[in-house]
Design a protein around this ligand. Structure first.
Ligand code: MSP
Length: 725
C-alpha cells in the first residue's frame, strides 16, 4: 500500500516507430512537473516512462528500414531519451518493453491469469488495424472496412488465440468507477468510460497472436506472442518490480496518459488488475496538442514538431513554461511558435528575468554583492498565496498554479518600482532588496517543478547551492525570511529574448503541361504557384463574399451564354466518348439547389467562388504532396487513382484524360480530385490551374487565374511564386 510519503507516477510508453514529437514530450513534461511537485512536498517519488516496442507496427517500421526489430528500436529509443533529457525530464526508470525483467513479468502475469482461469484458448476472426494494434468490429469501421482513426483498410485476421475474460468484469468495472469517482480524472473522461460500459457489451479480448513474431511468447505455447497492449500495460508493474516489497511500497500508481487511450487503461487494464487481485490505480488524462487551426501533427503531413529542435532553439525553460502555462490541463491546445516567443519575452524575460537582474545589480552596487540583512516586508510577502497554488496542483491545474506564481512576480515588480531602492536610503534599500531577493528564492523553489533549470539558476545567483536534496520537501522552505547573507553570483541573462520571424516558406516550382493530343481538342491550361499560405477552416469575410457572388450570378447561371461556356468542356468529353460530370456544372447545381456555395476551407472556397463566377474549371493541389510536375494526358491505364474521400483505388473509364504527377493520377477528367494531394489546413504551397476550352480566350482564362490567386492570398496569405501571364 502506497503511503502518503511515496508517490508513483507513470506516463504512457511511446511507440518508437517514428521519432518523438511534441505531443509525446508534452505528456512527459506534465508528468515530470507533477513528479517534482510531489518531491517538493517531501515524498519519495518514482517516475516511470519509456517505450512500447513490440508488435506489428514496430515490426513493419523496422522492415521498411531493412533492420531487424531489436536493432531498429535500439536506434529509435535514443531519440526519445535525447528529447526528454533536452527538456530536463528526470525519470527514475526508462522502461523498454524489450527489457528482460519486463518480458519475464509479462509471461509470469499471463501464466497466472491462465492458471486462475481468466485466460483460455479460443478462435478469433476479426478486422485488425495495424496502426492501432487493435481489432475492430465492422460497425466501428468507416464503410465497414476502414479504421476510424487511420482511415486505412483493416485486415481480416482469423486465428486461434488466447482470450482474456474481459466480459466477466463489466459489472465490476461499473461498480468500481461509480464508487470511486476520483479513479479517472477529469470527470468528462470518467463519464465517457462509464457511459460506454453501460451501453456496450464487453467481449472477451484476444490476447495472443499467431503470426506476429516480434513480441513476447506465451510461456506455455511459444508459437503465440502476447498481444501488444497486454504486454505494454504491464510495464507499470515491471517499473516497481511487482510483486516485490518495492511494489507494495509504491503501488497504486498515478497513470498520466492521453485522452485517446483512456479506454485501454480502464476497461482493459482495470480488468487485468482485478483478475490478478491488484488494487486499481488512478487514471489522469491530458488533452492533445495540435497545430494552429487544430491541425493534427502527423508524419505523413510532414508537420511534426521535433522537441529536440525546439529545446535547442528556445531552451528547455521556455518550452516547458509554454507547454505548462498555455494549455489548461485536460483540454486540447495548439502549439504556436509565435505564442511561445511572446510568453518567453514578456513573462519570462521582461517579468522574471528582468526582476532578478535588477535586484542583483542593485545588491552589487549598494551592498557590495552581499545580500543585506533585513526582514521581508509583509506588504509583499502576504501577496503570495501558497494555499491557492497547492489547491491548483491537487486538481492538476498546473497552468493556474503557474499563473499564480507569476502574479506574485508581478507584485514583486510593482513593489520594486514603488520603493525605488536606487533612490532610497541604505536602510530602506536593504529592506526592499532583501524582500525581493527572499521572494525570488521562494519563487525559484515554486518554479522548480515547471522549469528546474531556471529555478536552479536563480538559486545559484542568490548564492544558494541547489542540490537535488535541497528540493526534497522544499515546500517547507516556501516561507519568508529564510535567505541568508550570501554573496550573490550574477551571471548572464537567464531568459534570452527571441524575435519572431514569419517563416518564409518556399515552394518548389511545379510546371503544368498539356499533351499535344489534348491541346488539339481545345483544352488549354494556365497555372500559378502560391507559396506560404495558411489555410483556415472558414472566414467570415469570405462567407460574406461567397453569398454576394451567389446573389450576383444566380440569374446568369441558367442563361445561355454561361451554359455555352460549360458546354465547351462537355463537347471535349463527348468527342472522347466518356461520361463524366463537369465540375462547374456540379458547382452550379449545388448552388441552385442550396442557394450557396459549399464550405470546405478558405483556399478551396476562394477558387470555387471564381470558378462559379467565370464558369471555369479549376484544379489545385498541395505541392508538398506532389511528386514531380503535373501533366494533362490520355490515360494509359498504368498509374493508380484514389479519389477524394474514397481512400481506395478506382478504375478510370477508357478514353479519359487525366492529370498525373510522376507517380499517380491526381485528377481525372473534371470529376473529383485525388485525396492525397488535396488542399487542407496543413497545406503551405499550392499549385493552381484554370482549364479553358475552345470557347474561352486565353485572356479570359488568365484573368480568372489572376483573380483566384488574389482571393487565395486575401484569405490564406502567401505570395505568388510563379504565374502564367
Ligand atoms: N504505446 C501506446 C501507449 C501504451 S501505454 C501502456 C501509445 N503510444 S503513442 O506513442 O501513440 O502515444 C504515447 C502517448 O502520447 C499517449 O498518451 C498519447 O495520448 C500521447 N500523445 C500522442 N500524440 C499526442 C498529441 N498530439 N498531444 C498530446 N499527447 C499525445 O499510445
Amino acid at each position: 500500500m502506497q503511503s502518503n510519503k511515496r508517490f508513483y507516477i507513470t506516463t504512457a510508453i511511446d511507440y518508437p516507430n517514428a521519432k518523438p514529437h511534441l505531443g509525446h514530450a508534452y505528456e512527459k513534461v506534465l508528468a515530470d512537473c507533477i513528479a517534482r511537485w510531489n518531491f517538493l512536498l517531501g515524498k519519495d517519488v518514482f517516475f516511470l516512462t519509456g517505450t512500447d516496442e513490440h508488435g506489428l507496427k514496430i515490426q513493419r517500421a523496422a522492415a521498411e528500414q531493412k533492420m531487424n526489430p531489436k536493432e531498429f528500436v535500439d536506434k529509435q529509443v535514443k531519440f526519445f531519451k535525447e528529447a526528454y533529457s533536452a527538456l530536463d525530464i528526470e525519470w527514475s526508470r526508462f522502461i523498454r518493453t524489450t527489457d528482460a525483467d519486463h518480458e519475464e513479468l509479462v509471461q509470469k502475469f499471463f501464466e497466472k491469469l491462465y492458471k486462475d482461469g481468466y485466460i483460455y484458448m479460443g478462435k478469433y476472426k476479426g478486422l485488425y488495424c495495424v496502426d492501432c494494434e487493435a481489432f475492430y468490429t465492422a460497425k466501428d469501421l468507416i464503410n465497414g472496412s476502414l479504421c476510424p482513426v487511420h482511415k486505412r483498410k483493416c485486415e481480416i485476421v482469423e486465428e486461434e488465440s488466447y482470450f482474456f475474460k474481459l466480459s466477466k468484469f463489466q459489472d465490476k468495472l461499473i461498480e468500481f468507477i461509480e464508487k470511486n469517482p476520483n479513479c479517472i480524472f477529469p470527470d468528462t473522461r470518467r463519464n465517457e468510460v462509464l457511459a460506454r460500459l453501460k451501453k456496450e457489451k464487453l467481449h472477451d479480448l484476444s490476447v495472443s497472436r499467431l503470426n506476429v513474431e516480434w513480441g513476447i511468447p506465451v510461456p506455455f505455447d511459444k508459437k503465440h506472442t502476447i498481444y501488444v497492449w497486454f504486454d505494454a500495460l504491464l510495464n507499470y508493474l515491471t517499473g516497481i518490480k511487482w510483486p516485490s516489497k518495492k511494489f507494495r511500497q509504491y503501488w497504486p500508481a498515478l497513470h498520466l496518459i492521453g485522452k485517446d487511450i483512456v479506454w485501454f487503461h480502464t476497461a482493459i487494464w482495470f480488468s487485468m488488475l482485478m483478475a490478478a487481485k491488484i488494487k486499481l490505480p488512478k487514471i489522469v488524462a491530458h488533452g492533445f496538442i495540435n497545430l494552429e487551426g487544430n491541425v493534427k501533427m502527423s508524419k505523413s503531413k510532414g508537420n511534426v514538431i521535433d522537441p529536440i529542435v525546439l529545446a535547442e532553439k528556445y531552451s528547455s525553460n521556455a518550452v516547458r513554461y509554454y507547454l505548462l502555462r498555455e494549455i489548461p490541463f485536460g483540454e486540447d491546445g495548439y502549439f504556436s511558435e509565435k505564442a511561445l516567443i511572446e510568453r518567453n519575452n514578456t513573462e519570462l524575460a521582461d517579468s522574471l528575468g528582468n526582476l532578478l537582474n535588477r535586484v542583483l545589480v542593485l545588491i552589487e552596487k549598494k551592498f557590495n554583492g552581499v545580500i543585506p540583512k533585513a526582514k521581508t516586508s509583509e506588504e509583499l510577502s502576504k501577496k503570495l498565496n501558497v494555499a491557492k497554488i497547492k489547491g491548483y496542483f491537487s486538481k492538476f491545474e498546473l497552468h493556474l498554479a503557474l499563473k499564480e506564481i507569476f502574479s506574485f512576480v508581478d507584485e514583486c515588480n510593482r513593489y520594486i518600482n514603488e520603493k525605488q531602492p536606487w533612490n532610497s536610503s541604505r536602510e530602506e534599500a536593504a529592506t526592499t532588496l532583501y524582500s525581493l531577493a527572499d521572494s525570488l528564492r521562494v519563487v525559484a523553489i515554486l518554479l522548480w517543478p515547471f522549469m528546474p533549470n531556471a529555478s536552479e539558476e536563480i538559486l545559484k545567483q542568490l548564492g544558494i547551492k541547489p542540490s537535488r536534496e535541497f528540493f526534497k520537501g522544499a515546500i517547507e522552505k516556501v516561507k519568508f525570511n529564510l535567505l541568508k547573507q550570501n554573496k550573490i553570483n550574477r551571471s548572464g541573462i537567464l531568459f534570452p529574448k527571441f524575435e519572431f520571424k514569419e517563416e518564409k516558406i518556399k515552394a518548389r516550382d511545379v510546371k503544368v503541361s498539356v499533351s499535344p493530343e489534348l491541346k488539339k481538342l481545345g483544352l488549354k491550361v494556365y497555372s500559378a504557384v502560391i507559396e506560404g499560405v495558411k489555410v483556415k477552416r472558414k472566414s467570415r469575410a469570405l462567407e460574406k463574399e461567397k453569398q454576394e457572388i451567389v446573389i450576383k450570378v444566380k440569374d446568369k447561371l441558367t442563361g445561355k451564354e454561361y451554359n455555352r461556356l460549360i458546354e465547351g468542356y462537355e463537347k471535349i468529353y463527348e468527342k472522347l466518348g466518356i461520361k463524366v460530370r463537369n465540375s462547374v456544372r456540379n458547382l452550379v447545381e449545388q448552388v441552385l439547389a442550396n442557394g450557396r456555395l459549399p464550405q470546405i476551407n478558405t483556399a478551396v472556397d476562394s477558387y470555387n467562388l471564381v470558378s462559379l463566377e467565370k464558369a471555369v474549371v479549376v484544379g489545385a493541389h498541395d505541392i508538398d504532396k506532389l511528386k514531380g510536375d503535373i501533366r494533362f494526358e490520355f490515360y494509359d491505364g498504368k498509374k493508380p487513382f484514389v479519389p477524394l474521400e474514397e481512400k481506395q483505388q478506382r478504375k478510370i473509364p477508357e478514353n479519359s484524360f487525366v492529370v498525373v504527377d510522376d507517380e499517380r493520377v491526381i485528377c481525372f477528367a473534371d470529376e473529383k480530385q485525388c485525396d492525397e494531394t488535396k488542399i487542407d489546413l496543413a497545406t503551405k504551397n499550392i499549385v493552381i490551374y484554370v482549364q479553358g476550352n475552345s470557347l474561352m480566350s486565353e485572356a479570359y482564362c488568365k484573368e480568372a487565374l489572376r483573380k483566384i490567386c488574389d482571393k487565395i492570398i486575401a484569405y490564406c496569405g502567401g505570395r505568388i511564386k510563379r504565374i502564367d501571364r
